[in-house]
Design a protein around this ligand. Structure first.
Ligand code: HEM
Length: 479
C-alpha cells in the first residue's frame, strides 16, 4: 500500500497549526485542547513538522500493540556510535525488534514475581527507616520526602544497599543526566539557541556517568552475589541473562533508574496527598489496615489482602498518572483513522487524557476509588504502566514498593495538608509530578484530618472536594 503524507488541503482532517513548543511547555493543556477540538485523533503542525495524537482505547491499542510499525525512539540525542552518550541511551526504550525482545528476555527473571521476596526485605527496611525519622506533629514536604526516599530505594534495589552512599551518588548522577538530556532533547526538537553548548555539556555528563557505572560493576564483581538487588542478580546470572555485556548493562542500568525513580516517587506523593484530602477514604483504608495487616510491616501475603488500598492506588494512578504520555515513531507508512502517516511520524498516546475520558470513567476528574468495585477497563483504557509488548517491566516491583511502603507509613501516621498551601503539578519530560512542596503535618495514625482548601495548578489536573467549613479544631479519629 502506498500512502501519501497527509496534507491540509483537506479541511476535514483534524489538524491544528501552531507552535510545537506549546506541547513541550504544557503537554496536558495542549492535549486537552486538541482532544476537545478534534476528538480521538489530532495533529499539531508547525511548518513541515507534525505531531499526531491518539486519545481513545482503540487507537491506543493500534499504536501500542504493533511494536514493529510503531517503534520506540525515546531519546532524541544519541551521540555518536562509540560515545558514552550512545551507551547510556541504549536501554530498552531505545531498542526495537529482536534486540528489544532479547533484552526483555534477559531482564525478565530479575523483575519476575519470583524475585520480589528478595526486594521486599529492602523495601520494608527503608520504609521503616523513613517513618522512624518522622515525628508526630512535625511538618514535612511530602514531595521532597518521597523523591529522597525513592532515590534511596531505587538505588538500593537496583544497585545494592551495602554501599548505599555510592549507589545514591550514582542515582543522583543519573537524575542530573536525565534532566539535562531532556532539556537538550527539547532543544534539538525546537532548535533552541543554547543547544550546541548544552550538547557538549551533556556528552561530558554522559562520560562521567559511564565511568561511575563501570566503577559500580567493578565493586560488585568483587563481592558475593545477593538476591536483594537487580545488578547483583544480573552479574551473577546464568543462561539468557549472562549474555548482557557491560556496554549493554550500562544502558539498562541508566534507563532502569531513570524509569523507576521519579515515577514511583510521584505516585507516592499524589496518593498521600489525595488520601489526606479525602478523609472518608483515609478512614476506610485505616480500618482495612487494622483488620488485615497484623504488624507494623506487611508480609508479602498481606499485600494481597488490602482491596481498599489497592483501589486507592489504582484510582490515584488513574487520575494523576505519573507517566502522563509517551511516544512512538512509525517505521513505515501507516494508517491511523483518517490519517495517512509517512514513515518517521511521531505519534503520542496519553495516559492522562485516556484516563480522564468521561465515557470510560464517569466523573473522571474526581478521585473516587469506589468506582473500582464495578469497573474493569481494558488494558488500553487504563494504562498507568503502558500496554502491549513494551509495558513497564518494573510494574510488579513498583506495585510491591507502593503497597508495602504506603502500609508502613499509614500504620504509623496520618497526614494533614497545610491549609491554603500552593500545590502545583505539571509534566516534566513525560512525567506528571508535583512541582511545588506539599506541606503536611504528621498526625498520630488514628486521627484523620479534614479536607483543607489548597491553591495552585493542581486544580487544573483534577477536582478536589470542597474544604469542610467551619473547620473542626480536632482531627477526627479513625473508626
Ligand atoms: C509507579 C511507577 C512506574 C510507572 C508509573 C511506570 C510507567 C511506565 C510506562 C507507562 C512505561 C511504558 C512507556 C511506553 O510505552 O513508552 C514504562 C516502561 C518501562 N518501565 Fe516503568 N513505570 C514505573 C516503575 C518502574 C520501575 C520500578 C522500573 C524498574 C526498576 C521501571 C522500568 C521500566 C522500563 C525498563 C520500561 C521500558 C520497557 C520497554 O520498553 O520494554 N518502571 N514504565
Amino acid at each position: 500500500m502506498s500512502l501519501q503524507p497527509f496534507s491540509d488541503q483537506n479541511s476535514q482532517l483534524p489538524i491544528e497549526h501552531g507552535s510545537l513548543l506549546q506541547f513541550s511547555e504544557d503537554p496536558i493543556a495542549c492535549m486537552k485542547r486538541l482532544r476537545q477540538r478534534f476528538g480521538d485523533l489530532a495533529v499539531l503542525r508547525e511548518q513541515q513538522q507534525n505531531l499526531t495524537f491518539v486519545f481513545s482505547p482503540e487507537l491506543n491499542r493500534q499504536v501500542l500493540s504493533d511494536s514493529t510499525l510503531f517503534q520506540s525512539q525515546f531519546f532524541a540525542v544519541r551521540g555518536n556510535r562509540r560515545s558514552a552518550q550512545r551507551r547510556v541511551t541504549s536501554g530498552l526504550l531505545s531498542q526495537n525488534g529482536s534486540e528489544h525482545r532479547d533484552s526483555r528476555r534477559a531482564l525478565k527473571d530479575v523483575f519476575s514475581l519470583r524475585a520480589l521476596p528478595g526486594y521486599h526485605r529492602v523495601i520494608c527496611d527503608l520504609s521503616t527507616r523513613l517513618t522512624a525519622a518522622w515525628e508526630t506533629q512535625s511538618q514535612v514536604d511530602l514531595n521532597s520526602e518521597m523523591v529522597q526516599f525513592m532515590l534511596q530505594m531505587t538505588s538500593a534495589i537496583l544497585f545494592g544497599d551495602d554501599d548505599a552512599e555510592f549507589a545514591e551518588h550514582l542515582g543522583e548522577l543519573i537524575d542530573k543526566w536525565t534532566h539535562h538530556n531532556h532539556r537538550v532533547g527539547m532543544g534539538a526538537l525546537v532548535s533552541a539557541p543554547r543547544f550546541a553548548r548544552e550538547y557538549e555539556h551533556l556528552l561530558e555528563q554522559a562520560e562521567h556517568l559511564d565511568e561511575s557505572i563501570r566503577d559500580l560493576f567493578h565493586r560488585h564483581r568483587g563481592r558475593p552475589g545477593t538476591n536483594t538487588n537487580v545488578l547483583s542478580l544480573l552479574l551473577n546470572a546464568s543462561g539468557d541473562q549472562q549474555s548482557l555485556s557491560d556496554d549493554a548493562l550500562i544502558g539498562h542500568a541508566t534507563l532502569l533508574f531513570a524509569a523507576a525513580h521519579l515515577t514511583t516517587a510521584h505516585t507516592f506523593s499524589w496518593t498521600l496527598f489525595l488520601l489526606a484530602q479525602h478523609p472518608e477514604i483515609m478512614s476506610a483504608v485505616k480500618d482495612e489496615l487494622q483488620r488485615s495487616v497484623a504488624g507494623d510491616v506487611p508480609s508479602l501475603e498481606e499485600l494481597n489482602q488490602v482491596p481498599v488500598l489497592d483501589a486507592v492506588i489504582r484510582e490515584s494512578m488513574r487520575v494523576l498518572p505519573a507517566s502522563s504520555y509517551s511516544q512512538r515513531v512509525t517505521s513505515a507508512a501507516a494508517q491511523l483513522g483518517c490519517l495517512h502517516l509517512p514513515p518517521g511520524s511521531p505519534v503520542i498516546f496519553s495516559q492522562y487524557i485516556t484516563h480522564h475520558r468521561s465515557d470510560l470513567f464517569p466523573d473522571p476528574d474526581r478521585f473516587h476509588p469506589d468506582r473500582w468495585r464495578s469497573i474493569s477497563p481494558s488494558p488500553y483504557a487504563y494504562l498507568p504502566f503502558g500496554a502491549g509488548p513494551r509495558m513497564c517491566i518494573g510494574a510488579p516491583l513498583a506495585m510491591t514498593e507502593i503497597r508495602t511502603a504506603l502500609i508502613i507509613m499509614l500504620k504509623k501516621f496520618s497526614f494533614a495538608i497545610e491549609e491554603n498551601a500552593t500545590v502545583n503539578g505539571r509534566v516534566i519530560s513525560t512525567m506528571l509530578g508535583p512541582t511545588s512542596s506539599i506541606p503536611a503535618k504528621l498526625l498520630p495514625p488514628d486521627e484523620v484530618a479534614d479536607t483543607v482548601p489548597v491553591q495552585g495548578s493542581i486544580h487544573s489536573l483534577l477536582s478536589l472536594p470542597a474544604a469542610a467549613y467551619p473547620k473542626s479544631t480536632t482531627a477526627r479519629r479513625a473508626a
